[in-house]
Design a protein around this ligand. Structure first.
Ligand code: FA5
Ligand code: MG
Length: 426
């Protein structure tokens, strides 16, 4: 068990179901683009290792399975790391052509403004029944007919790669290239439609708010691009990125569902696509919410800004409180010294994992930590010992932190690093 109490306390929050919460509004907006799909919004986050990894074809040595990346409740049970954990069961249970699953997911990950250890994903899938057609050509034609029903858009989409690439993004055995081209087009046009819908809403939100800086953002054209990706449970696979605040932001992963999953789910005659998107990332685009921690705020100044009854308004930040940077430097444990805590059986320096540092920061500081960055790394020329320096930014979303408070947080952070990771402070 490596799930901390602060992580477990997120389970009952169910932000994607909370009325007038920006994540719930974002979910509903996306659902409205898939009116014929079945929606599943109430799946419990504790799943088996089989559901989260095995059923999706993750190799037994995949890093995602490790305790540095995933919260285990016991040997066989994890807090789901993605909504794909429910793919196999949903394909098995679902009689309709499409489904959407929205849920909280849990990952030990970086600390910054777009990453949080608990976030929300929406999974979607659409399949076609091969046996409903007399030939593969007829199936392909039917999929293209469905593509033609997706609303057209006029945004600029960068998509330089071929749909299928023999080495990087291969066709699955038993799939025809024509079928995969049609499925890929349906997938991409459907998800572009989602992003365009969000962007239109965001634009009218910005215009409605009326201030000059906001209005100019609203004039910026939407830029999106498809990039090749890899997932053990889709092939070929792609990610969709949106240009946001000067950088490409990944919003979703997707691909053609591996036939083995559909076979195991008892629907071997179906073919189709699946995607998984980050609801926070989409909501940040929609409302211009600058920091992912805000979604967890119970402050009225945050929550009162969102409502399903009115059209989206751009988020107005409440005054920003001052940052407070503090560094911590330490020597990694050498192979001979032993320590307990998060580490397991071996004591080699390679045991060190940055996610452990992130986790300790979250656990000690909760939402008072905005960012943790590695700023220096150094190997002693004689002893070969490695030293790291991390810079932490302490900043509350709701008030100015006192010196005593940040000093106390930082001291507790330092002590926990020693206790849990066995490092030696410098
Ligand atoms: C997945 O989780 C795959 N299950 C997605 C998928 C589903 C692929 C179905 C193919 C078919 P990934 O780890 O990239 O992929 O996460 C998907 C999205 O979740 C990302 O694009 C991003 O928008 C969001 N996301 C990932 N990590 C975080 C995080 N720490 N905080 C907030 N959002 C995150
Ligand atoms: Mg990804």
């Amino acid at each position: 068990m490596n799930a901390t109490s602060s992580i477990l306390s997120a389970i009952p929050r169910r932000l994607h179901l909370q009325e007038n919460h920006p994540l719930a509004i974002t979910r509903q907006l996306i659902e409205s683009r898939f009116p014929d799909f079945q929606y599943h919004n109430d799946l419990f986050p504790a799943v088996t290792v089989g559901q989260n990894f095995d059923s999706l074809g993750f190799p037994t040595d995949h890093v995602g399975r490790s305790r540095t990346d995933t919260y285990y409740l016991n040997k066989e049970t994890v807090l789901r790391t993605h909504t794909s954990a429910h793919q196999a069961d949903t394909f098995r249970a679902n009689k309709s052509a499409g489904y959407l699953i929205s849920a909280d997911v849990y990952r030990r990950d970086a600390v910054d403004r777009s990453h949080y250890p608990v976030f929300h994903q929406m999974e979607g899938a659409r399949t076609w029944d091969r046996t409903a057609f007399t030939s593969n050509e007829e199936l392909v034609q039917a999929i293209w007919d469905d593509v033609a029903k997706i609303p057209k858009h006029s945004i600029d989409v960068e998509d330089p790669n071929p749909t299928i690439h023999d080495d990087r993004n291969p066709l699955q055995e038993g799939h025809s290239a024509a079928e995969v081209e049609a499925i890929a087009a349906h997938l991409k046009r459907s998800l572009e439609d989602v992003v365009v819908t969000i962007f239109k809403a965001a634009r009218s939100a910005a215009t409605a708010s009326g201030d000059a800086a906001t209005a100019s953002t609203a004039d910026e054209p939407l830029k999106v691009r498809w990039v090749e990706a890899y997932f053990p449970f889709t092939s070929p696979s792609w990610e969709l990125e949106v240009f946001w605040q000067g950088d490409w932001l990944e919003v979703l992963g997707s691909g053609v569902v591996k036939q083995s999953i559909l076979d195991n789910a008892g629907v071997p005659d179906r073919v189709g696509w699946a995607f998984g998107l980050g609801l926070e990332r989409i909501a940040m685009l929609l409302y211009s919410i600058p920091d992912i921690r805000l979604f967890w705020s119970t402050d009225r100044r945050f929550l009162s800004q969102f409502s399903t009854k009115s059209t989206p308004q751009r988020f107005v930040p409440f005054s920003k409180y001052p940052p407070c940077f503090k560094d911590v430097s330490f020597w990694l444990r050498s192979s001979s010294s032993a320590a307990g805590g998060l580490s397991r059986t071996t004591t080699a320096p390679s045991d060190f994992h940055e996610n452990d540092v992130m986790e300790i920061a979250r656990d000690v500081c909760g939402d008072l930590v905005e960012d943790v960055q590695l700023v220096d790394e150094f190997v002693h020329p004689k002893t070969g010992r490695k030293s790291m320096c991390y810079r932490t930014n302490y900043r509350s979303l709701e008030r100015t932190l006192t010196n005593d408070e940040t000093n106390d947080l930082h001291e507790r952070f330092r002590q926990q690093l020693v206790e849990k990771l066995g490092v030696e402070l410098r």
